[in-house]
Design a protein around this ligand. Structure first.
Ligand code: AGP
Length: 618
């Protein structure tokens, strides 16, 4: 997965704009970076391995000439993160005439590469992408393409022919010295958005890239090719070259949302944004919040599919749906879905897909399997216009604003808030829970943003001190019972992904069936213990761990003396939150702990190694 960006400006220099936009896309990948610009018919290129700032320090990404250019920030899939594998990739010419940037995976690249090598093409990289410029070159030289839809440019026709040969996922952009006033872009399964301004055209993998430049956007659909020239923006179908008309949309994310606003890292900024995001989730459009429970109510079976943090939200939601709405749901890790449920899914199945980005390949693949079997697809995402919103029968946009830190924080608590609202509405519909209980839950969910604000205001310093105390530990246990197991899993994922501490999460009751053998003197165990029906047994589990020498950290309710007096350290959560809503506030200290552990251990929490924000490959 990678980020692509490019622009045609009426005046000025493209390179600094591309560089700045790639920085805003860096969350999509950051192992190498490259730019290509066109000026007076010549192609200029810079690319290298490393994060954008490192490459800029070495090679100055801003000094390429020209008003037209494309750029790429990479997360390696095919070919190690070396300079030669950085994008753009080129045709055979020396100096190159065609340059391509690409996000996605060309599944048939090995066959295409063999075919092109047999025809005499010489490859420089190990990437799948490199087949694209060579294919275009091949079609351009052999002129073996059918002219489609009155397209009068050989270069466009050659590109259409080349794209027609690609299998897999791509959002790509091409420039060529043979038509030096133009950029071509195309998409299949990888996201691609156009940005429209009075004095420029832009394209990018994601909206944050544009935010300081324009708020007018057009989503490019699968199977489409975009032709950009200074005074022309055309969308064509790759299949027949025919023109497509598409309206412009306005996005209302303020540009400062993608800046750090004084925080040292996006992760910390986004943890602090949670009260505001949670308030947003309480003002979502009524019609969507009503429609989803209607579908869930009718469903014979409900399977929730997601990956990573979004899967943890599904797991928590399965407890909410069961306890409040008396609806049994199956939370399934998306990459397991096809094998596990592929054959049993039918027209009677309802799939609730949860994905912050709406572009996670595993989640989309699970949805595709279900769609082929005529299941009903419901979606929950933060990115309206993402693939998930386009393939869902009904979706809810959670309105958290862009999340830039690779570790999901604000989008997780917002997912939980939306899912709990859906469970409460379904409970009402089904009449299984008393009106009194519903009223209480509705009142409590309104209080959650303030409670989260209180945690960030009053507990952050304490968590920071804990991180200093425990920074040298090699492994942590995260334990919780019932819905708190999902909270424990998420706390563990955060710690592992940003601070690189191998950790284990278990339902607390299961810990004595094996994992307890790891406990030695001072082994750190974090218990998530809200005052719900699990509290009494969790206290028993704390005692078991303590008896074996563990150092216990509890996330518990303010003033819960039974727990406080048992443990070594604790973080307090303001009282009054029902257990079923507890993951929303109780995960916040765990997010802060992971963040400060990363800082204490010298890790960059915004760019954990080997990870990318949105995993658009299977
Ligand atoms: C979360 O911190 C991770 N970076 C990752 O597990 C993420 O939640 C997962 O890739 C799913 O992403 P999605 O919500 O965009 O589908």
């Amino acid at each position: 997965m990678c980020g692509i960006f490019g622009c045609i400006l009426k005046e000025g220099q493209a390179a600094p704009i591309i560089h700045a936009a790639l920085k805003r896309l860096e969350y999509r990948g950051y192992d190498s970076v490259g730019e290509a610009t066109l000026d007076e018919g010549k192609l200029y290129v810079k690319k290298d391995a490393g994060k954008i700032d490192e490459v800029h320090m070495r090679r100055n990404l801003d000094d390429l000439p020209g008003r037209i250019g494309i750029g790429h920030t990479r997360w390696a899939t095919h070919g190690a993160p070396f300079q030669v594998n950085a994008h753009p990739h080129f045709d055979c010419s020396d100096p190159p005439k065609i340059a391509v940037v690409h996000n996605g995976i060309i599944e048939n690249f090995a066959e295409l590469r063999r075919e092109l090598e047999d025809a005499g093409h010489v490859f420089r990289s190990k990437t799948d992408t490199e087949v694209i410029p060579h294919l275009i070159e091949e079609y351009l030289n052999s002129k073996q393409f059918a002219t489609k839809g009155n397209v009068d440019s050989e270069f466009i026709n050659a590109t259409i022919a080349a794209i027609g040969r690609l299998q897999g996922s791509y959002a790509l952009a091409v420039v060529s010295t043979s038509d030096p006033d133009m950029i071509l872009c195309a998409r299949n399964e990888s996201p691609l958005v156009l940005g429209i301004a009075d004095n420029a055209w832009y394209f990018a993998s994601d909206i944050p890239a544009f935010l300081p430049l324009t708020n007018k956007i057009i989503f490019v659909e699968n199977g489409e090719l975009v032709v950009l020239r200074e005074n022309l923006l055309e969308i064509r179908k790759v299949a027949d070259g025919s023109l497509v008309s598409r309206e412009t949309k306005l996005v209302d994310w303020p540009p400062e949302m993608v800046e750090k606003q004084g925080y040292p890292h996006f992760m910390l900024k986004e943890i602090h944004e949670q009260p505001r995001c949670l308030r947003n989730t309480l003002r979502l459009q009524e019609k969507y919040l009503e429609l989803l429970p209607t579908f869930l109510d009718r469903a014979r079976e409900v399977i929730m599919v997601a990956c990573g943090t979004s899967y943890h939200a599904c797991l928590a939601a399965s407890y909410m749906f069961s306890k409040l709405s008396f609806l049994a749901t199956h939370p399934v890790i998306a990459s397991e879905f096809t094998e596990q449920h592929g054959k049993s899914v039918s027209i009677d199945s309802t799939i609730l897909a949860v994905s912050q980005s709406g572009e996670t390949a595993d989640t989309l693949a699970a949805v595709e399997t279900a769609r082929q079997r005529a299941a009903t697809i419901l979606g929950l995402t933060n990115v309206v216009g993402s693939t998930l919103t386009r393939i869902s029968r009904v979706y809810v946009g959670q309105q958290s604003g862009p999340e830039i830190g690779v570790a999901a924080t604000k989008t997780f608590t917002s997912q939980l808030s939306v899912l709990s609202q859906l469970a409460i509405r379904l409970a009402k519909k089904r009449g299984k829970v008393s009106q009194e209980e519903i009223d209480l839950l509705e009142e409590k969910i309104e209080e959650i943003p303030d409670i989260v604000e209180n945690i960030v205001e009053t507990q952050e310093e304490k968590v920071r001190t804990l991180a200093r105390k425990y920074k040298g530990k090699q492994c942590f246990f995260f334990l919780g019972r019932g819905i708190s197991y999902a909270t424990a899993l998420e706390g563990r994922l955060k710690l592992m992904e940003v601070a690189y501490v191998p950790s284990i999460a278990f339902p607390a009751g299961e810990s004595k069936h094996g994992p307890i053998s790891l406990i030695t003197q001072g082994f750190p165990v974090i218990f998530v213990c809200p005052p719900d029906e699990t509290r009494r047994t969790v206290i028993g589990n704390i005692m078991e761990m303590k008896a074996r020498g563990a150092s216990i950290i509890a996330i518990c309710e303010k003033g819960d003396e039974d727990i406080i007096k048992l443990v070594d350290d604790y973080v307090e959560i303001k009282e009054g939150i029902p257990g079923v809503l507890s993951p929303i506030p109780y995960v916040v200290p765990l997010q802060l702990f992971a963040y400060y552990m990363a800082i204490e251990r010298g890790c960059d929490p915004d760019m954990p190694r080997n990870l990318a924000k949105s995993v658009t490959v299977k």
